[in-house]
Design a protein around this ligand. Structure first.
Ligand SMILES: Cc1ncc(COP(=O)(O)O)c(C=O)c1O
Length: 486
């Protein structure tokens, strides 16, 4: 538990850790409500967790405390039923599913078990690296179901994609177009492509600025003003086949309007391409980015969208696309998996003031329900922080709970299914967590906890290391030698 207020994320490796903390903006609940019945922050029936009659917190019918004891913590726990439900939400309201391709964005959670589950449901896959292609193949995915996006594709990655006959490559720059053409030509392939255009919308305030991608100046895609020219260049190629137009606005966007605006810009471009260049695209790919249907409010989602928002959104977006005989492609990640997973972890220490704020708050009015029946008159306020040696490693500030947390208590961080495990790092040489998927009341370990040996098995000592000015400890005859050397 800590008390810091630095919110800057920064870029690179450390930025990832900070973003992880931010992206896991869920609610913390106790996994063992020994003392009181009472502090479900919300009682949303869509939550995958609930307390049983004996006050034990469960996911998918499994007591989390037992999972923690068997597999250790921290532990990601996924509910397969929720992942299936979320997938079906997308398909739910579409009358003409043949003209809709749903591609799961692998980056949100790339565990093979999740990929295999979505593949069995009929999903396609949006990948952004050779590693994600390799994962899909390892999970049994047909390459014809893979769409390859990403702004820094290497020749090696493109070669793998072209040779595997992935369904489509979303081209992000003029140079990349040349590169794909060269790779396809070298392997005598005709490669399907779509240009990822940047629709250059004003997205201010629609999500955290670090996860928006569809405004002017962002590094992704080709500016929409250059689109006709690059399509004309692609049309002239003997190794490229134009299939569609793509875009991706960003992530965790809880309004439909920007997607509609982007769709309309892409449809206008499709018209222009047909009229000016006689190019007839087959699909419009609007990327991912829908906010997760999470159980607690996140930084940018003012209130939890109803679960049935998704079918309505999909239907509204699809209508003018499918009416023109085009296919709509979506690449959701977060909204498919976020609320399907929790991070189960254990309280190590509770710091007393002044280092942390742990002070009782006496509510002015006693609420009814659980709290009253449990005789609660006190609330406890915590900053929930991780062990990483970074000030920003904080999951929740000023969390008010109806019970006191103690060292050894288990807690869960909810809505951790997306960009949780996939953004873990080994910073501070901590092992990546284990992961469990619960299906039909049975837990399966879908990722073993990493070991220290696995972390550093590719590192080597320089065996004949001789330092000019300093003896090694073995060679030094005395501490005095060492001091002299220094
Ligand atoms: C090209 C592309 N498609 C889809 C996604 C998935 O976005 P989300 O998880 O917000 O749905 C991303 C995320 O960054 C992306 O870059």
């Amino acid at each position: 538990m800590s008390d810091s207020t630095d919110n800057k994320e920064g870029s690179g490796f450390m930025g990832s850790i900070r973003r992880l903390s931010r992206r896991l903006s869920g609610t913390v609940l106790s996994a063992d409500s020994r003392d009181v019945k009472a502090y479900l922050v919300r009682n949303d029936k869509r939550n995958i967790y609930s307390y049983d009659g004996e006050d034990q917190l469960k996911v998918g019918g499994i007591v989390l405390k037992e999972l923690a004891e068997e597999y250790g913590t921290p532990l990601y726990v996924y509910d397969a039923n929720r992942l299936v439900d979320n997938y079906r939400l997308y398909l739910g309201s579409l009358k003409n599913v043949k003209n809709f391709m749903l591609c799961y964005a692998v980056k949100a959670n790339p565990n093979l078990a999740l990929l295999n589950l979505f593949y069995k449901l009929g999903a396609g896959f949006d990948v952004v690296s050779g590693g994600e292609i390799a994962r899909c193949l390892a999970a049994g995915v047909d390459p014809a179901k893979i769409i390859f996006s990403g702004c820094g594709k290497t020749v090696e990655e493109l070669t793998v994609a072209v040779k595997a006959d992935v369904q489509c490559i979303n081209v992000e720059s003029w140079e990349e177009l040349d590169r794909i053409e060269a790779v396809a030509s070298r392997h005598n392939k005709m490669q399907n492509i779509s240009i990822r255009v940047n629709p250059e919308l004003n997205l201010d305030g629609l999500s955290h600025p670090n996860i928006l991608t569809g405004s002017g100046g962002h590094k992704f895609g080709v500016p929409i003003g250059e689109a006709v020219a690059i399509y004309s260049r692609a049309k002239a190629s003997a190794s490229l086949k134009i299939k569609g137009i793509s875009c991706h606005l960003g992530s965790n966007i809880d309004k439909l309007e920007p997607f509609i605006e982007a769709r309309d810009r892409l449809l206008a471009l499709a018209d222009e391409l047909r009229q000016e260049l006689s190019i007839c695209v087959e699909h419009i790919n609007l990327g991912g980015g829908f906010a997760a249907q999470i159980s607690g409010a996140s930084a940018h989602v003012s209130e939890t969208p109803a679960a049935d928002t998704i079918p309505q959104w999909v239907e509204r977006l699809a209508k003018p696309i499918t009416e023109r005989g085009l296919k709509m492609v979506l690449e959701p990640g977060r909204s498919l998996v976020a609320d399907g997973g929790v991070l189960l972890t254990k309280v190590e220490y509770v710091k007393a003031p002044p280092y942390g704020q742990q002070h009782p708050i006496v509510p002015g009015q006693l609420k009814g329900g659980h709290e009253a029946s449990a005789g609660l008159t006190t609330e406890f306020k915590y900053n929930v922080a991780g062990p990483i040696c970074e000030t920003t490693d904080v999951f929740h500030r000023d969390l008010v709970l109806g019970q006191k947390l103690e060292s050894g208590d288990y807690v869960i961080i909810v809505d951790a299914g997306a960009y949780g495990s996939s953004m873990t790092s080994n910073y501070n040489t901590r092992n990546k967590p284990a992961e469990v998927m619960i299906h039909d009341g049975h837990p399966t370990l879908i990722r073993e906890r990493e070991t220290y040996e696995e972390q550093f098995k590719r590192e080597k000592l320089v065996l004949d290391l001789k330092l000019k000015s300093l003896n090694t400890v073995e060679e030094a005859e005395s501490q005095e030698d060492l001091n002299n050397a220094a």
